[in-house]
Design a protein around this ligand. Structure first.
Ligand SMILES: [Zn+2]
Length: 263
């Protein structure tokens, strides 16, 4: 019944509100059964270009860190986290609770706290339903194809659109805010999120892909200024050993189950 109610609510809203506005309100109600195939398709597309990392100790490390962050967020959301082995400076959140970090994030981070910052930011997108929002915008009236049983739905097309689209500045600021609150709530140093983006901005000409990463996570103003009063010192995100294990996570790749947290 809850699912039918949700579907009806979405359908009713579709009739009355334009999509960009609709998507913000409807995103929290999009059932996982609709989000999951699109998120899974995005993972399949990603894995075709960048093999998924399977290093056991790295996975355990990431699971521990993400669990701390999810607990601090006090969210019911489920997270499915992957690391992809590519020299691409990128990270994204996808419908269905998926979060993908690319190896270049580890390679270019100056500390584990910076990786924790990027992870918290992407988890912040999930908590705030931004991937579902983007999905609704990409689908427009095509949402009917996913909700009405038996009708055709092109998850590959939507996945492709989402893989090349960026969040709005407002959503980026929200993900920053939630990410920093998660890091603070977990008792971790929350300065890494900002310092990572700042390094990329400053070295955008020397770090390949830095400019693209910053441009797909725009805030329209200096992150430091926005987050200054919220950033706190805290425990390091990882021990030296854990950080080493995380950086070595892509020494082995292959079929990987996501690191699943919560849900
Ligand atoms: Zn973002």
């Amino acid at each position: 019944m809850a699912r039918i109610g949700t579907t009806l609510a979405v359908l009713l809203l579709v009739g009355f509100v334009s999509f960009p506005l609709l998507s913000v309100f409807a995103a929290p109600f999009v059932p996982d059964s609709v989000q999951e195939p699109i998120g899974a398709q995005m993972i399949t597309s990603t894995a075709a270009e960048a093999p998924l990392c399977t290093g056991k100790e790295g996975r355990a490390t990431l699971e521990k860190l993400a669990t701390k962050l999810a607990r601090a967020a006090g969210t019911e959301a489920e997270f499915k986290i992957y690391v992809a082995d590519a020299d691409v400076l990128n990270a994204f959140a996808a419908p269905g609770g998926y979060v993908v970090l690319f190896r270049a994030i580890f390679d270019n981070a100056q500390s584990a706290d910076e990786v924790a910052g990027v992870l918290a930011h992407e988890m912040g997108h999930v908590v705030e339903h931004h991937p579902a929002e983007g999905m609704l915008e990409a689908l427009g009236y095509g949402i009917f194809g996913f909700i009405v049983p038996g009708s055709d739905s092109d998850s590959a097309g939507v996945a492709k659109t989402l893989l090349t689209s960026a969040h709005s500045r407002g959503d980026e600021l929200e993900a920053d805010r939630v990410g920093v609150a998660m890091l603070n709530g977990a008792g971790l140093n929350s300065r890494g999120l900002v310092s990572f983006f700042e390094t990329l901005e400053q070295q955008s000409t020397t770090i390949p892909g830095a400019l693209e990463f910053v441009s797909t996570h725009p805030t329209g103003a200096k992150r430091t200024d926005r987050l200054q009063e919220h950033m706190q010192d805290g425990e390091p995100a990882l021990t030296e050993e854990e950080w080493t294990a995380l950086k070595a996570m892509c020494e082995t790749t292959g079929n990987a189950e996501p690191i699943a947290i919560g849900g």
